[in-house]
Design a protein around this ligand. Sequence first.
Ligand code: SF4
Ligand code: SF4
Length: 94
Amino acid sequence: MSNKKWKEIPIGGLILEPGNSVKYKTGGWRVFRPVHDPTKCSNCLICWIYCPDSSIIVKNGKIEKFDYDHCKGCGICARECPPKIKAIKMVKEE
Ligand code: SF4
Ligand code: SF4
């Protein structure tokens, strides 16, 4: 995706194309990244429910991976993982 010049941006910065959020790789905003430990995980999927960016990929009822192209590193998944399990750790981006 190339950056637009100011004259090419719609007046008011309106987003005119619906359903375009997948094109914007917001993972670059991240300071901390979630790291999943499958050996601790009970696959309760609470993290998946709470993720505001739908960045937790589930396959066959199990956490498969994070979509690091779109995960903003908010840490909600790590926070909501049950305290006795804590299968997600937030790790500083290098
Ligand atoms: S850190 Fe935030 S955006 Fe990333 S997977 Fe967890 S809840 Fe989703
Ligand atoms: S909330 Fe924790 S235990 Fe539940 S699926 Fe997510 S990582 Fe696994």
